[in-house]
Design a protein around this ligand. Structure first.
Ligand code: ZN
Length: 219
């Protein structure tokens, strides 16, 4: 579609952003990936992103976003918040309101630096998260803001915005990369690559989508 242009993909090494990376490689002449390091509970997430980018020969930027932990109302990083007993696994240790606003803004600055016009993100309005800064209206609004802020003409693409998990698997399959995405990406909250632990909410969602897609194809 825009074969002669350059794109930056917001890339975490998970199913969604890896599918977006393949989508970008199909649609753009030159693709770079950016991963945000905000002291994720599983360092493996960064390693996973690194190894996928390396395997695909994609230039990979890892940006230090540890300030997110400073901003987060998080008992593990702030002494003025009480740690509730037994709730460590449940703390929103990575959630910050506006996180995607920050990520996409930094991706925009990077795109400007590397001469890319296109920014690709795997955010999705149909998934369970419901984060306001993953909604289509927000992304369109930020697109305008980024362009005004840098007097540029970026285009933010959201190939997964209206897809459910089964449709995201279908897209990976359409790109000829279903097995790659299944075997090499990390979605599991317990840091287990590919099909994961099978029990955490992320694994359950991922598997449900895959089963749904496979049974549709099988018909
Ligand atoms: Zn899991």
């Amino acid at each position: 579609m825009l074969k002669n242009e350059k794109a930056v993909v917001v890339f975490s090494g998970g199913q969604d952003s890896t599918t977006c990376l393949f989508w970008a490689l199909k649609n753009f002449k030159e693709v770079e990936a950016v991963t945000f390091d905000y002291n994720q509970r599983h360092r493996l997430e960064i390693d996973c992103a690194k190894s996928i980018a390396n395997e695909l020969g994609v230039r990979h930027h890892i940006l230090d976003m540890s300030l997110l932990n400073q901003l987060a109302p998080n008992a593990l990083t702030r002494t003025d918040i009480e740690v509730k007993e037994g709730a460590e696994g449940e703390l929103p240790s990575t959630f910050v309101p506006g996180r995607n606003l920050l990520f996409l803004s930094f991706a925009g600055v990077l795109a400007s630096q590397v001469g890319a016009k296109h920014i690709i993100t795997g955010v999705c309005e149909t998934d369970f998260s419901g984060y306001p800064d993953c909604r289509d209206m927000f992304v369109k609004s930020l697109n305008v803001t980024l362009n005004l802020s840098m007097d540029d003409n970026f285009v933010i693409h959201t190939p997964l915005m209206w897809l459910n998990k089964a449709q995201t698997w279908a897209l990976a399959d359409e790109l000829g990369k279903l097995n790659f995405v299944r075997e090499k990406t990390l979605t599991c909250y317990n840091g287990i690559i590919a099909d994961g632990c099978g029990e955490c909410p992320a694994c359950v969602l991922r598997k449900r989508g895959l089963d749904e897609y496979v049974s549709e194809v099988g018909r």
